[in-house]
Write a protein that binds this ligand. Structure first.
Ligand SMILES: *Cc1c(COP(=O)(O)O)cnc(C)c1O
Length: 449
């Protein structure tokens, strides 16, 4: 059995991962470049890479000692910031009883409590919870539920999904198949992916009314294919990674009406926007609607561990159980992991007992004021804010090799993507830190576009 003294195995001391000297960080980056793959990167990726030694509150500390204000919440997840004492304690306490136990034939208090809480805080008809490992898996689970539901209701020909362009639902096959067909990975994996139906993304912005003309194309596509559609799947009100755009709640309400009219299920992917990010607890709450199936993830555990959940109505659960299989055919190894469940309970309870609405509103006002000057820049196409999400959309894609180190130099961790320089800071971010974030974003865009 290998030990830390085995020849060829790196020892922690060699890495400088916990050191604060620049050399340790440089060594870590060099080792990373030899052995590690990063998200959406070539193996030989040589772009900017920063070694993090620790994180606390809203600050990331690099191995060279520099502190950055975190503007990303580690991709929508760390809503309470890092090393929150309540969340740390929840994990520690759970470690004392069990880290994991299989979920087939066994259950435990953290999972039951989490399911009860999710049922209580989501729209009323959602009554049953399937806990899974990540957002993408939650989307796979939602899609499988919808298809099994229709086999249980004697309509097995209902196998297609209807969605909107510019969506993002994850990186596994089923999820990829409903991501934006142009920006997504359809052309790379066309042999693997089923062909679903894509309506244009909503054109009415969040604060605009939704007219008949705005839903006309969606309505036509729906009417033509309703007989073969199992479900409509979309991100409610906030299109995240694919667009960073905010559309009219009235548009979502119309989609709900059309799903009812055609007797088709509605899947709401709340993985990015859920748990207060948009100013309401869930995206669906803006429109006062309830989906038949809902996916949550990302902020569910406050950014501590990977966990997501798919909720459904009693009707969907009954249909799935009436299907020829007689059971829902999914069951991840780490389903309902107790550590993740415990920290999810702590995170949701912490959120609900905090003045999160006021905090998100305050961040929102800070983002709107701080990003406004960007609207005057020649290289900027649009500036928009909803809840604790602030976006500068540039006219041309940003040069990551230039803008990423510049943002770090300006003291913030903001990770642009294509033509989007955006932030979704932890809810505990102070007005002064929000101002530092927005000033850095505006300056970085001004100097690089
Ligand atoms: C991030 C995201 C996913 C995928 O979640 P992972 O945990 O990365 O698998 C799915 N849907 C939306 C809307 C997301 O933002």
């Amino acid at each position: 059995m290998p030990t830390s003294t085995s020849p060829g195995l790196p020892s922690p001391a060699r890495g400088g991962a916990s050191g604060t000297d620049g050399a340790g960080g440089a060594d870590l980056v060099a080792r990373d470049r030899r052995a590690v793959w990063h998200p959406y990167a070539a193996a030989s990726h040589d772009g900017p890479l920063f070694a993090v030694a620790s994180a606390a509150g809203v600050r990331l500390t690099l191995t060279d000692g520099r502190e950055l204000i975190d503007g990303m919440s580690s991709w929508w997840a760390a809503i309470h910031g890092y090393r929150h004492p309540v969340l740390d304690e929840a994990v520690r306490t759970q470690l004392g009883s069990m880290s994991h136990v299989m979920f087939g034939g066994l259950t435990h208090e953290p999972a039951v409590r989490l399911a009860e809480t999710l049922v209580a805080i989501t729209p009323e008809p959602l009554r049953r919870v399937f806990l899974c490992d990540s957002g993408s898996v939650a989307v796979e689970v939602a899609i499988k539920m919808a298809l099994q539901y229709w086999t249980g209701r004697g309509r097995p020909e209902r196998t297609r999904l209807l969605t909107i362009r510019r969506g993002y639902h994850g990186d596994t096959s089923g999820a990829m198949s409903v991501c934006d067909p142009d920006a997504g990975m359809h052309h790379l994996f066309s042999q693997l992916l089923p062909r679903h139906l894509f309506a244009p993304a909503p054109r009415c912005a969040y604060d605009e009314p939704c007219e008949d003309a705005d839903v006309a194309e969606f309505e036509r596509l729906f009417a033509r294919h309703a007989h073969e559609v199992a479900a409509v799947i979309l991100e409610p009100v906030v299109q995240g990674t694919g667009a960073m755009s905010f559309y009219a709640p009235g548009w979502l309400a119309r989609v709900r009406e059309l799903c009812d009219h055609h007797g088709v299920l509605l899947i709401a992917d709340e993985i990015a926007v859920g748990f207060g990010r948009s100013g309401e607890l869930f995206g669906c709450d803006h429109a006062g609607i309830s989906p038949d199936i809902m996916c949550v993830g990302k902020a569910l555990t406050g950014g501590y561990l990977s966990m997501a959940a798919t909720l459904c109505t009693d009707e969907v659960a009954a249909g799935v159980s009436d299907s020829p299989a007689g059971a829902f055919m999914h069951g991840p190894t780490f389903m309902a992991n107790p550590l993740a469940s415990a920290v999810a309970n702590a995170s949701v309870e912490l959120l609900l007992s905090s003045p999160w609405r006021d905090r998100v509103a305050e961040i929102s006002a800070g983002l709107a004021a701080g990003l406004a000057p960007a609207a005057e820049l020649a290289g900027v196409a649009d500036v928009r804010v909803l809840g604790a999400i602030g976006v500068i959309e540039t006219r041309d894609p940003v040069d990551m090799a230039v803008i990423q180190p510049l943002l770090v130099e300006l003291g913030v961790w903001v990770r642009p993507f294509g033509r989007l320089v955006y932030t979704m800071p932890p809810f505990i971010t102070s007005p002064a830190d929000v101002a530092t974030l927005t000033d850095a974003m505006v300056e970085a865009v001004a100097r690089t576009t």
